[in-house]
Design a protein around this ligand. Sequence first.
Ligand code: 3PG
Length: 209
Amino acid sequence: MTADLKAVLAGARVLPVLTVPDPATAGPLADALAAGGARCAEVTFRTPDAEQVLKAMAAHGGLAVGAGTVLTPEQAERAVAAGAAFVVSPGYDEDVVARCRELGVPVVPGVATATELMRALRAGLDTVKLFPAEPLGGLRTLRALAAPFPGMRFVPTGGIDASRLPSYLADPAVLAVGGSWLATPAHLEGGEYAEIRRLTAEAVERSAP
Ligand code: 3PG
């Protein structure tokens, strides 16, 4: 029985989406996120050392760390081997979904259309990522897409920042909001861990009920 993302997030409503070029920054990054009150993180497979970063961040202990930008079943296998607590894709790929379910890891595929939502539903999923949320039309689009799928929960991601966070989280169809604004490659390159901590604390505060 595969745990679902809701169980893994355990009430956390802000999901930092991370692209980490240098694995040496994984430890201080995890410290800064956790100090800001984050309880989860998504390490994107967009850099050569993403598995190493994922392992290091998971070892921190304070964060449920998943893998993002997982495009193939092979990447899903590598993500799980590195300790991913969940797997996120930008789009809907049946083979990625099937492999994650065989591996027993929660999978959150990206959707942008009702057709993709129907596929997710037929695969037995109850949580999807709405991507890219803001360019798709933001909350208005989310509400319209969610209406025919009352049991489905969404993790909108893409173009969202602290100012838009509360309105997304106020929608009952939204499980959590993802975003890269909390910790960008530029922050990491500049060693701006205090700023990462500040942005995380601000987001966590704005996500409180
Ligand atoms: C993702 O992969 O989820 C997105 O790149 C995050 O979107 P954002 O950078 O606009 O927050």
